[in-house]
Write a protein that binds this ligand. Structure first.
Ligand code: FNR
Length: 350
C-alpha cells in the first residue's frame, strides 16, 4: 500500500516540473483551422457555452480530467480544482481511487463534495484494478465520494513502462460489460494520453458505454513519466515509446464518426487553450478536457493561480465562438473546419 502512495507522489513531482510533454509529440490541432467570420453580428455576452453532461447542465464545455488523490498534497489539488469547477460550472474528476481501496483512511483526500456540492463529479479507477475489486468494489468507490459517474482509465502504454506494471491485458471488454450493467450511462471510459481509436470506441459503444474521453497523444505522456523514473531496459523502451499514440485531433474526428451522436465525447490530451477547446468542439467533441495545465497552475499559484489560468482559457474559448459567429456549442459544431497535413494522413488510414 505504501508503494502506491509513494509512486503517486513521484508522479506529481514529475508532472509539476518535469519534461512530461515530449516536444516531438503533437495533438495535430495545429492542422485544424476554424473559419473567421468578419461580421459576427453578436456580442461576447451572447455566447452561451452551456452543455449537458452526466445529467447536469455545465456552464462551459470543459472537464478537468482525473489526476490525483491519496496524499495530503493530492487532497489540496482536488479541493482547489473542484472549487474552481464548482465556481465556473465545469465538470471535474478525481484521480485513481486505487489508493482508497488499499487504505480506506485515505478516502478524505478524494472528498470534494463539501466544496463542490453541485458539480458534475467523476470517480476514477484503472481497468485492471476494477477487474480485481469487482463491480461492487467500484460502486463503493463511486458512492464513497458522491460521484455522478465513474471513469475507467486505460493505460497499457504506461503499464508496459512500469516495472510493477501489468503485462496481461486480456479480458478488458468483459470488465467493461460488467461495469456497464452496474453503472449504465454513469460510466466513462478514458485513455490517459495514448488515445482511443475508432475500433475500440465502436466496441465500447456496442457494449453500452455512453461517455468516452479519447485522451490522445500530444500532451502529458505517461510513458515519458515512467521513462523518467525507470532505469535500464524500461528507460530505453520508455524513450522508444514516448511518442506512441493517436493524436488527439485524429482520435476526436474518427471516434465521433465511429460512435455517432449517442455517445458523449470528451477530447483531452494536450488541449491547452480556449481556442484549442473550440477546435475539438468543432471536430465533434461535446467537451474539451484538461489535466496538466490546471494542475501546474494550481501547484504554482494555488486556487487563485488556477483561477487565472482558467479565466484565460474561457476568454479564449468565447473569442473563438464570436469570431466564428457561434452563439452556442451546437452552432459551433455545425461550422466548417479546415483539416490539413498530417491529420489528413491519419483520417485516410482510420
Ligand atoms: C493524470 N491522468 C490520470 N488519468 C486517470 O485516469 N487517472 C489518474 O489517476 C491520472 N493521474 C494523473 C496525474 C497527473 C498529475 C496528470 C497530469 C494526469 C491523465 C489525465 O487525466 C489525462 O488523461 C492526460 O494527462 C492528458 O491530458 P493533459 O494532461 O495532456 O491535459
Amino acid at each position: 500500500e505504501e508503494t502506491t502512495a509513494k509512486r503517486k507522489d513521484a508522479h506529481l513531482d514529475l508532472c509539476a516540473t518535469g519534461d512530461v510533454e515530449p516536444g516531438q509529440n503533437s495533438t495535430l490541432l495545429e492542422c485544424v483551422k476554424l473559419v473567421h467570420c468578419a461580421m459576427p453580428e453578436m456580442a461576447v455576452e451572447d455566447v452561451d457555452l452551456s452543455t449537458d453532461f452526466l445529467g447536469k447542465r455545465l456552464r462551459a464545455p470543459l472537464l478537468i480530467t482525473g489526476m490525483t488523490g491519496g496524499t495530503e498534497r493530492a487532497a489540496q489539488v482536488n479541493r482547489d480544482l473542484a472549487t474552481l469547477a464548482e465556481r465556473h460550472g465545469l465538470a471535474f474528476g478525481v484521480g485513481s481511487q486505487r489508493a482508497m481501496g488499499e487504505a480506506p483512511e485515505r478516502a478524505s483526500t478524494f472528498q470534494v463534495r463539501d466544496v463542490a456540492p453541485t458539480m458534475a463529479l467523476l470517480g476514477n479507477i484503472g481497468l485492471y484494478q476494477a477487474a480485481q475489486m469487482g463491480v461492487d468494489g467500484v460502486r463503493r468507490l463511486a458512492e464513497a465520494i458522491g460521484a455522478d459517474a465513474m471513469a475507467l482509465h486505460l493505460n497499457a502504454g504506461q503499464e508496459l513502462t512500469q516495472p510493477e506494471g501489468d503485462r496481461d491485458f486480456r479480458g478488458g471488454y468483459a470488465v467493461v460489460e460488467g461495469l456497464v450493467r452496474a453503472f449504465g450511462e454513469r460510466l466513462m471510459v478514458k485513455e490517459t494520453g495514448c488515445g482511443i481509436g475508432p475500433e475500440v470506441a465502436r466496441r465500447l459503444k456496442e457494449l453500452g458505454v455512453r461517455n468516452l474521453d479519447v485522451s490522445g497523444l500530444g500532451g502529458t505522456s505517461w510513458v515519458r513519466v515512467e521513462q523518467l523514473r525507470a532505469s535500464g531496459q524500461l528507460a530505453e523502451l520508455g524513450s522508444e515509446y514516448s511518442s506512441w499514440g493517436i493524436p488527439t485531433a485524429a482520435a476526436t474526428v474518427t471516434v465521433r464518426r465511429a460512435v455517432g451522436s449517442e455517445v458523449k465525447l470528451v477530447a483531452s490530451g494536450g488541449v491547452r487553450t480556449g481556442l484549442e477547446v473550440a477546435k475539438v468542439l468543432a471536430l465533434g467533441a461535446d467537451l474539451g478536457g484538461m489535466a496538466l495545465p490546471l494542475f501546474r497552475a494550481q501547484q504554482a499559484g494555488g486556487l487563485e493561480g488556477a483561477e487565472k489560468a482558467l479565466q484565460l482559457i474561457l476568454a479564449g474559448l468565447k473569442q473563438a465562438f464570436v469570431l466564428t459567429g457561434s452563439r452556442s456549442c451546437a452552432e459551433l459544431r455545425r461550422k466548417p473546419v479546415v483539416m490539413m497535413g498530417e491529420l489528413k494522413d491519419w483520417l485516410a488510414a482510420l
